[in-house]
Design a binder for this molecule. Structure first.
Ligand SMILES: Nc1ncnc2c1ncn2[C@@H]1O[C@H](COP(=O)(O)OP(=O)(O)OP(=O)(O)O)[C@@H](O)[C@H]1O
Ligand code: SF4
Ligand SMILES: [Mg+2]
Length: 340
């Protein structure tokens, strides 16, 4: 089943029922399981920018890493085009490495300090035989120009560049392979506001010019709204709402999405308070809505059944038994049903 039945053809990547558990404290007797992804399904269409938002620990990075084969799921399927990569283990991603790239939050950590910028850009070009060896210097110069840097930056070492300049190089490195999908994990979070705007404009332009799709992980709803075509809202390992970016933010249907939107300035950290944390236990998260402990709209069903993420006719889906009405504004009062 496709979450969003659109006329845009076949998805580039599809995740079906993906579950990923971490075992923590294995060296001690009391090892416990952390469910980072809980039956996640998602389609990413060619050329589309899908934003993953949600508070810290909701599973955004884990999903991004699983998409790129950097971490193995416990169960579920990850299709690239029609190829089920997860069924083949790590080897499944081998032939698609070039097509699927990642840009990290901290660009400095993803560069070898002993290599110049030009060498760092040349390496993947050589590895994947993107151009004849003699053309590599010209190609690296072009790449730097495309991300707004002078070719002379190629002679510098990573520590000689600012965070924004280095993130541009990271983007240049990712696009040099002409990937079909880039997973960008908090790629602009550490940058100053003005540099952040430049990088966002750059990503926007790259997407329009090259058609490269993107999974854009961010805490910042304003950034997500600006850049992303669609947004998936994650909460404790589940996607609770998905839909076109503006519509989802202007007219959230899931109570958690609304609480995010209402939190001023898109600061997701503000959504969770200590008091909230104290009430987070619910009978059995596998058989209930995992937002029930915080939800003022909950009804009895929310504690005994898991709400499915079902698509509506308007390309939107939310996992809620008592969704907000389509016309509701973000300031509309709660609840319609009394909490037990
Ligand atoms: N390597 C790991 N070992 C054990 N648990 C992990 C590991 N990586 C992530 N987790 C746990 O999995 C859950 C999801 O983490 P993840 O990093 O995907 O969240 P996130 O949404 O990216 O958070 P943030 O916004 O803080 O980056 C969290 O409970 C986290 O503690
Ligand atoms: S109304 Fe029920 S299903 Fe919807 S978010 Fe609240 S607890 Fe979950
Ligand atoms: Mg993360």
């Amino acid at each position: 089943m496709s979450i969003e039945p659109t006329p845009r053809g076949a998805p580039l990547m599809s995740v079906r029922d993906l579950t990923l558990d971490f075992l923590v404290g294995q060296r001690f007797a009391a090892a416990r399981r952390v469910r980072a992804l809980d039956h996640v399904s998602l389609d990413i269409y060619p050329g589309e920018i899908v934003g993953l938002v949600g508070e810290s620990g909701s599973g955004k990075t884990t999903l991004g890493r699983a998409l790129l084969g950097m971490i193995a799921p416990s169960s579920g399927q990850i299709f690239y085009r029609s190829d089920d990569l997860a069924a083949k283990g790590q080897a499944g991603w081998g032939p698609h490495r070039r097509d699927l790239q990642m840009v990290f939050q901290d660009p400095l950590s993803s560069f070898n300090p002993r290599f110049t910028i030009a060498s760092a850009l040349a390496l993947p070009l050589k590895l994947h035989a993107i151009c004849p060896e003699a053309q590599i210097p010209a190609t690296t110069g072009d790449l730097l120009r495309r991300v707004g840097l002078r070719p002379e930056f190629g002679e510098r070492y990573p520590h000689e560049l600012s965070g924004g300049q280095l993130q541009r190089v990271a983007i240049a490195r990712a696009i040099s392979l002409k990937p079909n999908l880039i997973v960008a994990d908090e790629a602009v979070s550490k940058l100053d506001v003005s540099v952040r705007a430049q990088i966002l404009n750059l990503l926007n332009r790259m997407n329009r010019e090259t058609g490269t799709g993107m999974v854009f992980i961010t805490h910042d709803l304003g950034v997500a709204r600006f850049l992303c075509h669609r947004i998936a809202v994650m909460y404790f390992g589940r996607i609770v709402e998905i839909g076109p970016a503006r519509e989802l933010f202007d007219n959230p249907r899931h109570p958690y999405t609304r609480s995010l939107v209402q939190a001023r300035h898109g600061d997701l950290g503000a959504v969770v308070t200590d008091a909230d944390e104290a009430t987070l236990s619910i009978p059995d998260p596998a058989k209930a809505c995992n937002y029930a402990a915080r939800c003022a709209r909950r009804i009895g069903q929310c504690l005994t059944q898991r709400p499915p993420l079902e698509p509506g006719a308007d390309h939107r889906a939310n996992a809620c038994f008592v969704p907000l009405s389509p016309g509701a504004t973000v300031s509309e009062g709660d609840p319609v049903h009394a909490a037990e």
